[in-house]
Design a protein around this ligand. Structure first.
Ligand SMILES: C[S@@+](CC[C@H](N)C(=O)[O-])C[C@H]1O[C@@H](n2cnc3c(N)ncnc32)[C@H](O)[C@@H]1O
Length: 275
């Protein structure tokens, strides 16, 4: 979900530790931002994309885990829809904000601080629904360990739902529909960028981060190889934020102007672990 100017190289520091520092610093900025509209959520407004809600189906009474839950908005929306929810994120600031928000709105939820690659041990449980996405997978250096985690967290018959920003969108430049790097598994993209997509003017000091490209084919193959039965897959020509100034807003979505050439901006995958 990055926009800005990619930096040349990652330097010597652990890129995942740098990412965590970057996310920790952005949590309070996001909680107070118009982009996330936490007041609207406090007032009962939904945050989940209706297409996601439709794809996952009724969650009343189900155990649902939200991987890379940020400060818990989607997680708590699932709880309001009747799921018993757990959110996991590696950012202590995110987990702290999510826990505080759940208490404030009186919704029961468990939030756990852990790297998603360690989620199986950190959670010590299995789930009816594993939900993730919207700027989650691109923070993982490799897709195979993530797929292992997802399959281990799913109960037999359990459902995985991923809605993600499309990796084809990720590899494009900010000023043109032109690729700036290879569309291949694990391709790194290092950013040196202040502020946040939720508040461009925010003053920040932890500005170096690394994303990785996970082509749709790599995600689908990793899940198929581990036995997930993919029930639905879609690519969408709209997205949740103004990725380029030439996208047009239509309610909660941004789209290419009618008649203009386009690329896929999001994808959505629903699959089930065989019972
Ligand atoms: C763009 S946010 C996800 C946003 C979320 N879908 C939402 O809309 O609220 C990405 C999240 O991934 C988390 N994250 C990044 N790398 C992680 C990792 N290796 N393990 C766990 N969480 C991670 C970050 O802390 C951040 O909260």
């Amino acid at each position: 979900m990055g926009t800005g100017t990619p930096a040349g190289s990652g330097g010597g520091e652990d890129p995942v530790a740098l990412n965590r520092a970057m996310w920790d610093e952005r949590v309070p900025i996001h909680v107070g931002s118009d982009f996330y509209d936490v007041d609207g959520f406090r007032a009962g407004g939904p945050v989940l994309d209706p297409r996601v809600v439709e794809a996952v189906g009724p969650v009343e009474g189900l155990d649902l885990v939200h991987l890379q839950c940020h400060f818990g908005l989607d997680t708590l929306d699932w709880a309001r829809r009747g799921a018993r929810v757990t959110g996991l994120d590696f950012s202590p600031a995110a987990v702290g904000a999510a826990t505080a928000l759940a208490a404030e709105i009186g919704v029961e939820a468990r939030f756990v601080t852990a790297d998603v690659r360690d989620a199986v041990a950190a959670l010590g449980a299995t789930y009816d629904v594993v939900y993730t996405g919207l700027g989650a997978l691109l923070w993982l250096p490799e897709i195979a360990p993530w797929a292992d985690v997802v399959m281990a967290l799913l109960r037999p018959g359990g459902l995985l739902h991923v809605t993600e920003f499309h990796p084809v969108e990720q590899i494009m430049r900010d000023d043109a529909l032109a690729p700036m790097l290879r569309y291949r598994e694990g391709e790194p993209l290092v950013w040196e960028e202040g502020g946040s997509y939720a508040d461009r003017s925010a003053v920040t000091v932890h500005n170096r981060s690394t994303e990785w490209v996970h082509p749709v084919g790599a995600v689908v193959s990793a899940l198929l190889e581990r036995g997930l039965v993919i029930e639905r897959f879609a690519e969408w020509e709209d997205t949740h934020y103004p990725r380029w100034p030439f996208l047009e807003r239509d309610g909660r979505y941004w789209r290419f102007p009618e008649g203009a050439p386009s690329i896929p901006l999001m994808y959505s995958l629903t699959g089930r672990r065989p019972g």
